[in-house]
Write a protein that binds this ligand. Structure first.
Ligand code: HH2
Length: 261
């Protein structure tokens, strides 16, 4: 899954694809590089982000969804709002990627697939001292409950996603990645999105013995190594900004998994 953020303020590519033509060209390029799905979003959910009015979000994403669908690209809509999801599916999107895990009814009514992601709180406040007794069990139980509810509504394609960075400390995120098999064991296909996130800056500093976390544009190795890790541990999809590099890694991981089978 390749990311196209049609926003001025996304944490890693804000402002680069606010122009519709630039966003469509970028999405087409990511598809050419090997993305099976392009995830189009019109509202940043980075920590501290302010919500965007629905009309503004619709006007950012709908022309991009239409342009990509017309080019034969499979599109998912990354939104927290029912009316944005509905309009995007009407424009040809076939997957509702919902960081609040609350839009299953919209997906069911429109015939789209559904991604249920775990987030604690909302983006404005979620990084204020998040705490869990057992983050892996908490996230797994929440996702299974949402995914089963989505299935009960008749949705055939239901993904679960631990929501790396959404109301979680670096240790929580690493714990979730280390125990991904607990999510895989639920039987629902697992989507993992670590690409360029803060935890990777800390992971790189820890692994490489550096005192400062790596900045956002210096996290490619972290993105690739966590994508490889996630796929090896059984994830079915990774959501990434750097598709060409990830696609090359995915092919190697697949070959290794086949050799090990
Ligand atoms: N992360 C982001 C956005 N959407 N969707 C899913 N399913 N899982 C994720 O972890 C996830 C997501 C945040 O990344 P990005 O879109 O690059 O940044 P921003 O929210 O600042 O636009």
């Amino acid at each position: 899954m390749g990311v196209v953020n049609v926003t001025p303020d996304s944490f890693s590519d804000g402002g680069r694809y606010l122009d519709h033509a630039a966003a469509i060209a970028h999405g087409r390029e990511l598809a050419r590089q090997g993305a099976d799905i392009i995830d189009v979003g019109g509202e940043s959910t980075r920590p501290g982000a302010e919500p965007v009015p629905a009309a503004e979000e619709r006007s950012r994403v709908l022309p991009v969804v239409e342009g990509l669908v017309a080019a034969g690209v499979r599109v998912s809509i990354d939104t927290r709002k029912a009316d944005v999801a509905e309009a995007a599916v009407a424009a040809g999107a076939t997957l509702v990627n919902d960081v609040t895990a609350s839009l299953a009814e919209v997906a069911a009514a429109t015939g789209a697939g559904f991604v249920a992601m775990h987030m604690r709180g909302d983006p404005r406040t979620m990084q204020r001292r998040p705490q869990y007794d057992d983050v892996v069990a908490h996230v797994r139980d929440f996702l299974v409950e949402r995914a089963e509810a989505a299935r009960a509504l008749g949705i055939a394609e239901v993904w679960i996603d631990p929501g790396i960075g959404f109301g979680k400390t670096v240790e929580h995120n690493l714990d979730l990645l280390a125990n991904l098999d607990e999510l895989v064991a639920t039987g629902f296909p697992v989507l993992v999105a670590t690409s360029r996130k803060t935890t990777l800056g800390h992971l790189a500093a820890r692994a490489d013995g550096e005192s400062e976390p790596r900045p956002v544009h210096d996290r490619l190795e972290g993105s690739l190594s966590t994508a490889a890790w996630a796929l090896w541990r059984g994830a079915g999809m990774v959501r990434v900004h750097e598709v060409a590099e990830t696609a090359r890694v995915v092919r190697k991981v697949r070959a290794l998994l086949q050799a090990a089978a």
